[in-house]
Design a protein around this ligand. Structure first.
Ligand code: BGC
Length: 382
């Protein structure tokens, strides 16, 4: 570069820098004019050197779902009550910083293996694999740095009847001790029926266990407004997996009938909670026979909001927020205490790699791991 060119470059370089920062910070909105659905992309902050974005999906009923490509976290869901008042019904933080400084898996995609693997060990094709023991003696939710802490490649799409956020991540061979490369795709889809669908897909190049879920904590009265013990819950499950004191299944599938675990008819979460040591944190064996169907429904009597859960997965972890302890300051400076949120995590059974009698969780090369879950929001009239 001659002197003249150098001077010219130095003069305009800051301008380019400012322009690119501006582009980074400026929200970009795509609209589907016909059905009034939008998806907006905002700069959300930085995780290390990477830019992180927040995508806000909105339908023509005003229902809004915000998702960040950091951990695929659903940061908020604004849903109407019976009078049409919108409230944020999931726990989380006001900004990326809250998620970066550690939290109990608020709203995120969990993987490579959601829930526990006993002693962080499993055997596959004669080889023992060792994973992090990040939950007492056990492995939980994919280890020290699971899919909930990854930056996902995001593509936003507006279609005629729905808005899509496609998230992709490749988990390298050996990551967190798991065998093989795993290409993962999670697609969030919002439509005008107030349905939020989540499609999960994965492919591997070596046999590996896979179990993906979303870990949203719901409070249908509004995040931070109180506990969820008066919510009424129904779960379509005749059985649950009995666990030991470290929450690892013993292998027994026990009928729920005449036990505090019976949610076949809707009942208040708080009704029998005292009879379950530590609170609800159990995998229910769903009656859906692997077919995508309704498996659970939660109802909050004051706002009259309803959440229905549909899935093709064989199990659901009902977790009553037992370990929330008021140390988390969430959105709008609200503190999340014990039982301030509940999770309905659609999944394969915990510790399946060590339970050959449970539905298969080993994905092999050439196969496609696939399942679908849907959260549907509505209100009850009377
Ligand atoms: C587990 C709980 C755990 C929570 C947050 C749930 O899926 O079952 O035991 O405390 O996630 O990590």
């Amino acid at each position: 570069m001659n002197d003249y060119r150098l001077v010219r470059f130095l003069a305009i370089a800051p301008l380019f820098f400012l322009l690119s920062c501006n582009r980074l910070q400026k929200p970009v909105e795509k609209t589907n004019a016909k059905d009034l659905m939008t998806i907006k992309k905002d700069y959300y902050g930085n995780a290390g050197d990477s830019n992180v974005y927040l995508y806000t999906l909105k339908n023509n009923k005003g229902l809004e779902v915000a998702i960040t490509n950091y951990g695929g976290i659903i940061t908020s869901i604004l849903a109407p009550d019976r009078e049409g008042h919108f409230e944020d019904v999931v726990l989380g933080f006001d900004s990326l910083g809250g998620y970066l400084s550690g939290h109990p898996y608020f709203g995120c995609i969990v993987g490579r293996y959601a829930n526990r693997i006993a002693r962080g060990k499993f055997e596959l094709d004669g080889k023992i694999y060792k994973l992090a023991t990040n939950n007492g003696p056990n492995h939980l939710h994919g280890g020290e740095e699971g899919f909930d802490k990854k930056i996902w490649k995001a593509t936003d799409i507006v279609k005629s009847d729905s808005v899509y956020l496609v998230l992709e991540y490749t988990s390298p061979d050996g990551e967190e001790g798991y065998p093989g490369n795993l290409d993962v795709k999670v697609t969030y889809v919002l439509n005008n029926e107030n349905e939020l669908k989540i499609y999960y897909e994965a492919q591997c190049d070596k046999p590996t266990p896979v179990n993906l879920t979303n870990h949203s904590y719901f409070n249908l009265a509004g995040a931070g407004s109180g506990n969820i013990l008066d919510h009424e819950l129904m779960i379509e499950a005749d059985k649950y997996t009995v666990v030991d004191e470290t929450l690892i299944p013993t292998g027994e599938l026990r009928p729920v009938e005449n036990t505090p675990m019976d949610f076949k008819n809707s009942k208040k979460i708080g009704k029998d909670l005292d009879q379950v040591k530590g609170g609800f944190d159990h995998n229910f064996v769903l009656n859906n026979k692997g077919k995508f169907s309704k498996v659970a429904e939660a109802f909050e009597p004051i706002s009259r909001r309803v959440l229905e859960v549909f899935t093709s997965e064989p199990g659901i972890q009902f977790y009553s927020g037992n370990f929330l302890d008021g140390t988390e300051t969430g959105k709008n400076n609200k503190t999340y205490h014990k039982h301030y949120g509940f999770c309905l995590e659609t999944q394969h059974f915990p510790d399946s790699p060590n339970h050959p009698e449970f539905p298969e969780v080993i994905l092999t090369p050439g196969e496609i791991y696939q399942h679908q879950t849907m959260y549907k929001f509505s209100t009850r009239k009377e």
